[in-house]
Write a protein that binds this ligand. Structure first.
Ligand SMILES: *Cc1c(COP(=O)(O)O)cnc(C)c1O
Length: 406
């Protein structure tokens, strides 16, 4: 038997502008995406790395925030590049009319590299076969493909490792001479950038600059050398190089939650729902599947129409933090596919239609980091896993106050 913690102090319900109230009337669950906060975060990060180009990482539907509105906001705030993991995301950006430099980095044999080359999308290569397929696509179009060679400096994931780097560089040079590809970038990714004192950070950085030097000795003339994700952008200035690639920090979430510093970042996503039902339950009546929560006293519960299909982790059963009826509490019982329950307490004056905040950034609201801590994951997963059926309401876009959809 578990019980909702009713000892936390009451906090005010955040002010809701009238336009937002009407935009969310009748909606079960939605995510407010504060594009003004996103722009402020991009500016904050650019100040940290003022000598470097800024690649806004907008993979995975901009970490769940909506690809196109986020990409446009990042560019308004001074991002000079966009980065995505998968080619279809890059194609979607180009086909929406975005002309900024654009890099995509994960491919498998048979990837439609011609679609990338035709759209001026930069490609990453970690192995000779990737260069061969990119070169074939470029030849078929009579163009030169722009390629970033990726070196594994110790992440042990993508990139060419050890002697394979020498092989990759040697493989690229004749393709450059022929005009099929041009090596415009050399890059790598950190394993431990979120641990500010970790010795691998400097070791990877050293290995990176050695790899760059080797490629340059072989004749490569990259425009950009890059290795810094959000954590490195914020805490490892020596890794800024020619270009930084922040993702999570742009969305206002810290990549180093163990540090007592929010770096002046503002959370961009707020996830809210409206109560679908408020009713009394007697003491001892188990709540929801498996009766994982049983109220000790007669109480009033609220039904929240958001579940794991919307991205609410099932691991948030009995622990997911909420702001409802002016106070902090937690989910009561199982998170189901479409809904969960909250114990509002016997004296609750809440009614159907009242707003429940799952996470956001205003005072008193739980954060995505709180959800990550409660469910044993990282804030990245909390925002990125948001379900496709949750409408994203983009606030602060120049053309509309509250615009639904991606
Ligand atoms: C996702 C990703 C980033 C951004 O990482 P954050 O930790 O979100 O800043 C940068 N570079 C690469 C290669 C990535 O895959």
């Amino acid at each position: 038997m578990s019980e909702t913690d009713a000892t936390e102090p009451a906090v005010p319900t955040p002010h809701e502008p009238a336009t937002l109230e009407s935009a969310t009337l009748g909606r079960t669950v939605w995510a407010e995406i504060d594009l003004a906060a996103l722009e402020a975060n991009v500016r904050t990060l650019r100040e940290r790395a003022s000598g470097s180009e800024f690649m806004a990482v907008v993979k995975a539907d901009a970490y769940g925030h909506g690809l196109l509105p986020v990409a446009r906001a990042a560019l308004r705030a001074g991002a000079t590049w966009l980065g995505v993991a998968q080619l279809p995301e890059a194609v979607a950006l180009r086909d929406a009319g975005i002309t900024a430099r654009l890099l995509t980095w994960l491919s498998v044999p048979g990837t439609d590299f011609a679609a990338a080359v035709a759209r001026d999308i930069d490609l990453s290569a970690s192995a000779p076969w990737v260069l061969d397929e990119i070169a074939a696509a470029a030849r078929s179009l009579g163009r030169t493909a722009r390629v970033h060679l990726k070196v594994d400096t110790g992440l042990g994931r993508g990139g060419a490792y050890g002697q394979d780097w020498t092989t990759l560089v040697r493989h690229a040079r004749p393709l450059e001479a022929e005009g099929a590809v041009q090596v415009v970038g050399i890059w790598t990714h950190f394993a431990h950038a979120d641990s500010p004192e970790h010795p691998t950070v400097l070791a990877q950085q050293e290995r990176f600059f050695e790899a760059v030097a080797e490629a340059e000795r072989a004749g490569c003339r990259p425009e950009v050398r890059h290795l810094a994700n959000s954590a490195a952008t914020l805490v490892h200035p020596s890794a800024h190089a020619d270009l930084v690639r922040p993702g999570i920090a742009m969305y206002g979430l810290t990549p180093v939650p163990q540090l007592d510093d929010d770096f002046g970042l503002r959370p961009v996503m707020t996830l809210r729902a409206r109560l679908a039902l408020v009713k009394g339950l007697p003491a001892g009546q188990g709540v929801s599947y498996g009766h994982a929560y049983v109220p000790a006293t007669d109480t009033v519960v609220g039904l929240v129409p958001a579940g794991y299909a919307d991205g609410v982790p099932r691991d948030a059963t009995n622990v997911g933090p909420l702001l409802v009826d002016g106070r902090r509490t937690t989910i009561a019982g199982r998170v189901c596919m479409d809904q969960f329950v909250v114990d509002l307490g016997a004296g609750s004056g809440a009614s159907a239609g009242d707003v429940v905040t799952l996470f956001g950034g205003a005072p008193g609201e739980p954060t995505a980091q709180d959800w990550a801590d409660a469910t044993g994951t990282i804030s990245y997963e909390i925002v990125t896993r948001l379900g496709a059926r949750v409408p994203r309401l983009h606030l602060g876009a120049p053309d509309a106050d509250a615009k639904a959809g991606a």
